[in-house]
Design a protein around this ligand. Sequence first.
Ligand code: FAD
Length: 491
Amino acid sequence: MKRLRRWLNKEFSEILDSNDNLRRLFISADLGITILIGMLEDRVFSEGFDVINKYDYQEWLTKHGANVKYTVESAPVRGFYDLTFAYEKGDFSKPNIEAGTILRSMMRIALNYKGAIMWKMQAGMGDTMFTPYYQVLKARGVKFEFFNKVEEVIADSDSIQQIRLTQQVALKEGVKEYNPLVNVKDLDCWPDRPNYDQLNPVQAALLQENKINLESFWSNWSEIYKQNFGQSLPQKTLVKGVDFDKVIYGISIASLPHLCPTLLAQDPNLQTMSDKVKTVATQAYQVWGNKSLSDLGWTNTPPSGEEPVLSAFVEPFDTWASMDQLLDKETWPADQEPKNVAYFCSALPLDSYPPSSDYQFPNVWSEKVKQNAIGNLTNSIHHLWPKVAGDGSFDWNVLVDLDCQSAENRFNSQFWRANIDPSERYVLSVKDSTQHRLDTDKTAFKNLYITGDWIKIGLNAGCVEAATMAGMQTSRAICGHPKIITGEKDF
Ligand SMILES: Cc1cc2nc3c(=O)[nH]c(=O)nc-3n(C[C@H](O)[C@H](O)[C@H](O)COP(=O)(O)OP(=O)(O)OC[C@H]3O[C@@H](n4cnc5c(N)ncnc54)[C@H](O)[C@@H]3O)c2cc1C
């Protein structure tokens, strides 16, 4: 294989810059051959993928002789970093992902896929994933208590003793149980704000007037509540043996230091996991357009009609998915129906956090993401949509406009978001981190089960599959079911 690779380099290196097709073939061959060489030399076949997790993927490819100029920096390599937001502290100059974890994922995608390599959600993530999960659990008798924010999980030396909660809002008189869903065109959807009509009307009005995001780490709701009602938000403490026996902790890992200080202080392994399994903030924007993909100038749709999911694009928005399949799930005025909707996302360089009393912090980052998005459309999108954009210009008239904005302000009626809350940071697989992940029941606390895409589950990468597998592992630890979790072990 090494001889074949030497021959490829010798034979073709002179003409790789000038011949796109040949360069792409060369990169594919060099990548495939190098991965095989590396897997053999590092005994991945006998010892499993985790044996190479001490290397970052690009570092590992370089170590095994991949062409640094063409292959290590190529789109098929960088694309995987982009799709998994694999940049330390969101810094695009610091790509970092465990070689073993990414190779396992790539092999599973390439060799074990069912039907297609990639599936696009047929509605929002909340509506296709979390609504059915919620509905099936509810049908099986699970009791949900919305608007109860966990403030702290408190342990003694070997078990969870208390959970402190804040009850954020009261329900409207007569509403016995909160229904979190809204129905859009016959689909139960998960809205991005509470169903205010089910809440106490005075509290609901205050939430809306003050644009309160109850999920935000930097929310000033407790102060506003106190000013208006002359008392603090109601607090509850759940007590072991009275309110609970076992605790399933499913909040994401970056919240551990804020919510579980006593657990971290008493469990060195949990502390190490919290330190070593890193997370990253992310940014996203979505634009709805009145032109079709081909009228934007995108010419690469294959005859079979699949629209692009594209990574390794220009920072700060390296990933684009054309999501036109969602348009018929949305309601629009008849004369405003969009012909195209594009989703963009990327890592966000944010790693130092102010205290929760800095209420303006989310607005500051939201504005930064907005400017990043406008910059992306103005300066970079012409590579993909040449008919509506140039280098330094974008035709804002191509965006659908519900709010009667002038062309230059039309971005205001689109969507953008900075995902910066500790619990919404994307879970990374930085090199040497998998070995510090714990199984669901391997903390020092015998009545605690941790769960989510951050525990040790075989896949060890941030995705819904991993979160689902983690839930299954938790269930198995509690009741023995399911015995087999597909993908939990290496091939
Ligand atoms: C921008 C982005 C794009 C992604 N794209 C994809 C994709 O295309 N495909 C894919 O498979 N995966 C994707 N993921 C990853 C996927 O979203 C996660 O893997 C998955 O959501 C993890 O599920 P979880 O249950 O472990 O944690 P979460 O979904 O984070 O659930 C934790 C829950 O805890 C709640 N919570 C937090 N704090 C508190 C508190 N104090 N009190 C009470 N509740 C609290 C939160 O509100 C949340 O509902 C993406 C992630 C991001 C950030």
